[in-house]
Design a protein. Structure first.
Length: 397
């Protein structure tokens, strides 16, 4: 299901999570990764036919702790297998356009009759209702349509997308929270329910304080600010001799620390800079002056200058710099495992630490259909003859 909310309680609540997702689609897989770290079994179910997939970098990142069942909805026997799995499952997550799964008998109404306790989560671009409900939507389209792209990018530059599929990720977090709430509700009512999650809704919700400000004022947003803050100065990244460093002068005291550490204590009493309101009014001049100084040293040298100062600051690291960061490694955020076909494989570890439970990467990403026999045998209790018959007719692989 989704990127991280790796609550160990889901493992107790969910014996099987069925991921109804097309074989070539990455979108649903990204949104489901977090559940796999906490659930007992996550079954990946390609829908139409069988397409061989390489162990791509993306799939390697999102499919750990999952079991792969190769199954075709085009076969009546395949649908029957899915119905039996639904009968044994707690949660089903799908990301098809509204109505698509009805022709396969995998819609909520059909499965609710088979298993009234099933929690059925539908993740779509624009939801099950509304004028855009039948419109396909990926992360970047929703970023653009729902305001995020407009407020992202440099001050005078064009709108840009976020560097990762952030709307997918936040939608995943909302979905996992909703599923946990549905599990709690089911403990009282004994019934599952349909959860309708739209990327568009989640993106509107994550506009957060900017949306609230526009609703209250009735005015326009303040546009793009790059790494800067619209009402705090200095609060942005500055070029160094070999990279960038971000300085967080969030109040007059912190600004004073910057002044002392960059050898400009006179700025603390300069009427143009002494209070934040004046620094905002003289933003361009102050930012240029700071950057002239920061460019005289390397990023590492500035990190050493600000070490222990009490100022919020950081290097602007690339991804490899992040993955090799001493704090990242100390927090055990990179884990290496051996893959039967791919050899040693490094993956980003689960981010939440618990005092009792220990969510973890237990198994490497599977190959397509790797666990078909295991799932049919251990979950549904099918014998070898029945499994071979399903394979012979092309219902499973």
């Amino acid at each position: 299901m989704v990127f991280p909310i790796r609550t160990w309680s889901l493992a107790g609540a969910s014996r099987v999570i069925i991921r109804a997702n097309g074989p070539a689609s990455i979108l649903g897989a990204v949104r489901r990764r977090g559940f796999a770290d906490v659930a007992a079994d996550d079954m990946s179910l390609p829908l139409k036919g069988f397409k061989v997939l390489d162990m791509t970098r993306v799939l390697a990142g999102v499919n750990r702790n999952k079991k792969s069942l190769g199954l075709s909805f085009q076969h009546k026997s395949g649908v029957e297998v899915l119905h039996k799995l639904a009968q044994e499952s707690d949660i089903l997550v799908e990301n098809y356009l509204p109505g698509t799964l009805k022709k396969y008998g995998m819609d909520f109404e059909t499965l609710h009759k088979i298993n009234p306790r099933l929690i059925y989560a539908s993740i779509t671009g624009y939801g099950q209702t509304g004028p855009y409900s039948n419109r396909a939507g990926y992360d970047v389209m929703v970023e653009a349509e729902m305001g995020l792209m407009h407020i992202t990018g440099s001050r005078d530059g064009p709108p840009v997308k976020v560097g990762v599929a952030v709307t997918d990720l936040t939608t995943g977090l909302y979905t996992s929270n909703s599923i946990m709430a549905a599990i709690i509700a089911r403990s009282r009512t004994g019934r599952g329910q349909h959860i309708d999650v739209a990327l568009s809704d989640c993106q509107v919700a994550t506009l957060a304080n900017i949306a609230s400000s526009c609703l209250i004022s009735g005015g326009k947003d303040e546009g793009r600010w790059g790494t800067a803050h619209p009402s705090i100065v200095p609060y942005r990244s500055y070029r160094t001799k070999d990279g960038d460093i971000l300085l967080g002068g969030g109040n007059d005291r912190l600004f004073g620390i910057i002044c002392d550490r960059i050898k400009r204590p006179d700025w603390k009493t300069d009427p143009k800079y002494s209070v934040n309101a004046q620094r905002v009014a003289n933003r361009v001049e102050l930012d240029n002056s700071i950057e002239t100084i920061t460019q005289t040293r390397t990023t590492q040298e500035w990190l050493e200058v600000f070490e222990g100062s009490g100022l919020p600051y950081s290097a602007v690291n690339d991804v490899q710099g992040t993955l090799s960061h001493k704090h990242v490694l100390a927090r055990n955020m990179v884990k290496e495992m051996d893959h039967e076909w791919c050899g040693p494989m490094k993956m980003v570890n689960t981010p939440v630490k618990y005092s009792e439970s220990k969510p973890s990467i237990r198994t490497v990403p599977p190959m397509l259909g790797q666990h078909t026999d295991e799932v049919l045998r251990e979950i549904l209790g099918l014998g070898e003859t029945e499994i071979n018959a399903l394979k012979a007719e092309g219902a499973v692989r």
